[in-house]
Design a protein around this ligand. Structure first.
Ligand code: ZN
Length: 242
């Protein structure tokens, strides 16, 4: 990818992320999350786009996952659902939350046949992307092709650092006791195959914003961000056609 195209991609991500306020709760008349309609049967979900609350504690936003979902959706025709204001709950933990209700409506109305749920991993993680499929349960017929697509995109199980692909080890999407992940809800509750993807900050943060929970200035690696977007586009096309 040419330098100018990469710069354009980063600018696009920043523009799409600007719909999100990490720390601010939705005020009157504002939507806490938003559906960006698509026309193919795949949905990209970003349930931690802003700060959220789990078991009484505030958890930091998954920076740029909303922008990634929106950009890849625009490029492929997929649906995107993303959180854009601080949430009093955690859709990747609790059952029967408004985000999951909206997710169900979008899946039913759009006849969605696959959900990719996007998350942020901490900078200390020794992988670029972690794929969680409930150890194969949440997308039995797609899992091998998803792994192959990620590996063709430059993220390999035997890779090093942010080029490494973690498969159902660090983040399985099974969840802990009492947790209902988005992936589990979509597969077990709606009988639609789903997979969770966790991205290292180097693969998603175009430029850390002033309202981010972390005050340490940071930006990811432009070429890796471009690769992450490209592989997500490939995954949408794969799951739309299979
Ligand atoms: Zn998350």
């Amino acid at each position: 990818m040419e330098q100018s195209a990469v710069q354009e991609l980063l600018a696009r991500l920043m523009a799409l992320e600007s719909d999100v306020r990490y720390q601010a709760p939705a005020s009157d008349g504002e939507a806490e999350f938003r559906h960006q309609p698509g026309h193919i049967p795949v949905l990209l979900s970003a349930p931690h786009g802003a700060v959220h609350r789990r078991e009484g504690r505030l958890k930091e936003e998954d920076e740029y996952t909303a922008a990634m979902a929106r950009l890849v959706a625009k490029r492929t025709g997929a649906h995107a659902l993303y959180v854009r204001r601080r949430s009093p709950t955690d859709p990747n933990w609790y059952r029967d939350v408004p985000y999951k209700q909206r997710l169900r409506e979008v899946i039913e109305q759009g006849a969605v046949r696959f959900v990719l749920d996007l998350h942020a991993a901490a900078p200390s993680r020794a992988f670029g992307i972690a794929l969680g499929t409930m150890v194969g349960e949440s997308c039995p017929h797609h899992r091998q092709a998803i792994i192959r697509t990620l590996e063709q995109g430059g993220f390999r199980r035997e890779g090093q650092g942010i080029d490494r692909l973690d498969v159902d080890e660090t983040f399985t999407a099974l969840g802990r006791a009492g947790q209902e992940t988005i992936t589990r809800y979509v597969w077990e509750g709606l009988h639609v195959p789903a997979a969770q993807l966790e991205f290292h900050p180097c693969l998603r943060v175009a430029e850390r914003r002033a309202d981010a929970t972390s005050s340490v200035p940071f930006h990811g690696d432009p070429m890796h961000i471009a690769r992450a977007i490209r592989v997500l586009v490939d995954l949408v096309q794969l799951t739309a056609s299979s």
